[in-house]
Design a protein around this ligand. Structure first.
Ligand code: PSV
Ligand code: MN
Length: 427
């Protein structure tokens, strides 16, 4: 359905216009002393991971509105990721949540992924919900819990996730903890952090060679008073004390309004502790919206730091690029295609910043021209550059239009079933 021939055919119809636009952009950039070909090559090598939990309609506690043809199991989720990868040429990774998407046969899932040209990125441990049959509850925390038996259970779960991840071919464990308190006095703030560190140290000790541990901070929710790993400082303290394999993960939705996220990225880069990203966007809190939908300039400024770090050849610079989004309204595949495109655009814009000029303006304290150098890149229509990177990877010039024309969703609706009824939830 979404075969190479189909994509080529769709691309062929758009090619004349696309090439005209690409050439015009190249000439425009050349006048600024920039090489479009270099940017396109770098962008074409960019690759990120799709989270297994984003392929079905998300939902809120106020309801869930599923659409037709959503994947029924993790194998079908892989099939959908393969479609996103085929259309964008930039999404060969899959990040799995365990136990949400724990396969009965991890080796078979690895084979299925490989056959589709996919790889398994970070595996995420889940100690924020009780699972059917679970012995002890995480109601009052997991690694930070006051009861050593609950902590032990959470540690065991993480060790299990590493084992499954090894069979899947993953090389990273992402740990996000819901641990924290909802009321002052509920939790001993210092001791809870110390217990968390002790648990993470046990898990860290079990990491295979070549593996990394990503620690993901989040200011609140579900802990509304004090989250144990609340901010990048807490995450950094843990990662630093644990050792070189531990790094910090920046989820763009995990910051209070007005936080300067690119500054956090710069700090973590400088400390060699930037492990990776969960891309999404937010207006208020952890809204999990499409990347770039609310703050495209900020996404560009984050990539500006990354391109700068790559240019400076910072040691330990190897961020894992992952998406973490959840939609109630858009078709999940289309929303992911849009996010990949937005991330590619932010990266493309960062690649066409005139860095020598920026350096010089910064050194000379020419505030206006330094800012203008960034704005000039951001305001450039990089659509043709991004489309060209995709085309060279055999992907679609226009992924969403190609996806819609393919009839993939309707066909999956026939095969996987129409809209699943989502029972009303009590509020
Ligand atoms: C928590 O809000 C988070 O960002 C973590 O990455 C989880 O793994 C993910 O969302 C899914 O709940
Ligand atoms: Mn996240």
């Amino acid at each position: 359905m979404l075969t190479t021939e189909f994509i080529d055919e769709r691309n062929a119809a758009e090619l004349p216009h696309h090439l005209t636009d690409y050439q015009a952009l190249g000439e425009r950039l050349a006048r600024r002393g920039l090489d479009v070909e270099r940017a396109v090559e770098t962008l074409a090598a960019f690759d990120l991971a799709i989270p297994s939990w984003s392929l079905g309609t998300g939902g809120t506690r106020f309801g869930r509105f599923p659409g037709p043809g959503e994947p029924r199991n993790v194998f079908e989720k892989m099939d959908d990721v393969a479609v996103i990868h085929r259309l964008t040429g930039a999404a060969s990774g899959v990040s799995l949540h365990i136990p949400w998407d724990e396969p009965d046969d991890p080796a078979a899932l690895r084979g299925h992924a490989a056959a589709l040209g996919l790889r398994i990125d970070a595996v995420n441990s889940n100690t924020f919900q009780d699972q059917p049959g679970q012995r002890l509850s995480y109601k009052f925390g997991s690694l930070a819990h006051t009861d050593p038996a609950v902590r032990e259970q959470a540690i065991e779960h993480n060790l299990h996730v590493i084992e499954v991840g090894e069979v899947l071919g993953s090389t990273a464990l992402s740990v996000w903890l819901a641990d924290g308190s909802n009321f002052p006095g509920q939790m001993h703030l210092r001791r809870a952090f110390d217990r968390t560190f002790d648990g993470l140290a046990r898990i860290y000790a079990a990491l295979p060679d070549e593996w990394r541990m990503f620690i993901e901070h989040k200011p609140y929710e579900p802990a509304f008073y004090a989250a144990v790993v609340q901010d990048w400082g807490s995450s950094y303290l843990l990662a630093h004390a644990l050792g070189p394999k531990a790094q910090c993960l920046v989820d763009l939705g995990h910051h209070l309004p007005a936080t300067n996220i690119e500054l956090i990225v710069a700090r973590l880069l400088g400390a060699g502790k930037l492990g990776g990203f969960h891309f999404n966007d937010a207006q208020y809190g952890d809204d999990d919206l499409t990347a770039g939908s609310i703050h495209p300039y900020r996404l560009f400024l984050v990539f500006n730091e990354l391109v700068d770090a790559a240019r400076d050849r910072l040691p330990d610079f190897d961020p894992a690029y992952m998406i973490d989004q959840s939609h109630n309204l858009k078709d999940p595949i289309e929303a992911l295609l849009q996010t990949v495109d937005q991330v590619q655009r932010a990266y493309a814009r960062a690649l066409i910043v005139d860095r020598d000029a920026l350096d010089a303006y910064q050194e000379a304290n020419d505030v206006l021209m330094a800012e203008r150098t960034l704005q000039q890149a951001f305001e450039t229509d990089v659509g043709p550059l991004v489309a060209e990177a995709r085309r060279r990877n055999g992907a679609a010039i226009d992924p969403v239009a190609t996806f819609r024309a393919s009839g993939y969703r309707a066909a999956r609706g026939e095969e996987r079933g129409a809209v699943a009824y989502a029972p009303p939830q009590s509020l």
